[in-house]
Write a new protein. Structure first.
Length: 208
C-alpha cells in the first residue's frame, strides 16, 4: 500500500484485540474444573460442534446441549452460561486507541470476527462496542468464518471500503495473511504498544 494513501477504514477482530477471547481453551479448562467435566471429552465435543455454532447454524443452547447437557447435570444451563460470559473482559487501552483514531481521522471501523450469535451480542452490549464500531461482520451473522476469504470480502462490500486505504488488525497471523492476500494492509497484534506503533507508521497517530 502506498504510504501516500490516507487510511479510511479500520477492520479489526474482537477477541484477542479489543476483548479477551472469552470462550477459549483456558476458559474451557476452568469450566471443566469448576463443573466437574471430563476435559478430554469436553474438548472433543467442542471441536466437533463449535464451528457450527460460530457460523450461526445452531443456537448457544443447542451447542451447550451437545457440549455439556447431553446428560443430567447438577448445575443449570444458566449457571454454565454465566460462567462463559464472565470470561469476557475488555482491553481498555485498545478500545480507547480505536475510539481516538476513529474520532481524529473520521475512520470507518468494522469488526470481522468468528463469534457465535449470543456470545457476540452479549459482548457488543456489555462493552458498548456499537458506540464506536460501525459494522459487525460476525461469522454467525454472515455464515462464513475466518480463514474463509469470503468473510473478508463481505466486510469490504458491506463497509464499501477501498482495499488500498484499509487496515486489518488480528492476533492470529493466519487471518492477517488471508486479509493481506486480498489486498488489505495487515497488522499482527501482539501488544497495545506494538499495534499503536504500526498504526502510527501508517499515518494513524494517536494523541498523547
Amino acid at each position: 500500500m502506498s504510504q501516500q494513501k490516507k487510511i479510511t477504514t479500520l477492520f479489526t477482530d474482537i477477541g484477542g484485540v479489543l476483548l479477551t477471547n472469552g470462550w477459549d481453551r483456558q476458559a474451557r479448562y476452568e469450566a471443566a474444573q469448576l463443573f466437574g467435566l471430563d476435559l478430554k471429552e469436553t474438548e472433543e465435543r467442542h471441536h466437533l460442534t463449535f464451528d457450527t455454532y460460530e457460523v450461526g447454524k445452531i443456537t448457544l443452547d443447542e451447542y451447550l446441549d451437545r457440549l455439556v447437557f447431553y446428560e443430567e447435570r447438577s448445575f443449570s444451563k444458566d449457571d454454565f452460561k454465566n460462567f462463559m460470559v464472565s470470561k469476557s473482559q475488555a482491553f481498555p487501552e485498545m478500545i480507547q486507541l480505536v475510539c481516538d483514531l476513529k474520532k481524529k481521522y473520521n475512520l470507518k471501523v468494522a469488526v470481522i470476527s468468528n463469534e457465535g450469535r449470543e456470545l457476540n451480542q452479549y459482548r457488543i452490549a456489555t462493552f458498548r462496542l456499537n458506540e464506536f464500531i460501525d459494522f459487525f461482520i460476525s461469522s454467525s451473522f454472515v455464515h462464513f468464518r475466518k480463514p474463509d476469504a469470503d468473510i473478508f470480502k463481505v466486510a469490504i462490500d458491506i463497509s464499501q471500503s477501498d482495499l488500498e486505504t484499509s487496515v486489518y488488525i488480528d492476533d492470529r497471523m493466519l487471518f492477517v495473511q488471508v486479509a493481506e492476500g486480498l489486498g488489505l494492509t495487515g497488522i499482527y497484534h501482539t501488544s497495545y504498544g506494538d499495534t499503536k506503533s504500526q498504526l502510527a507508521a501508517l499515518g494513524l497517530v494517536a494523541d498523547e
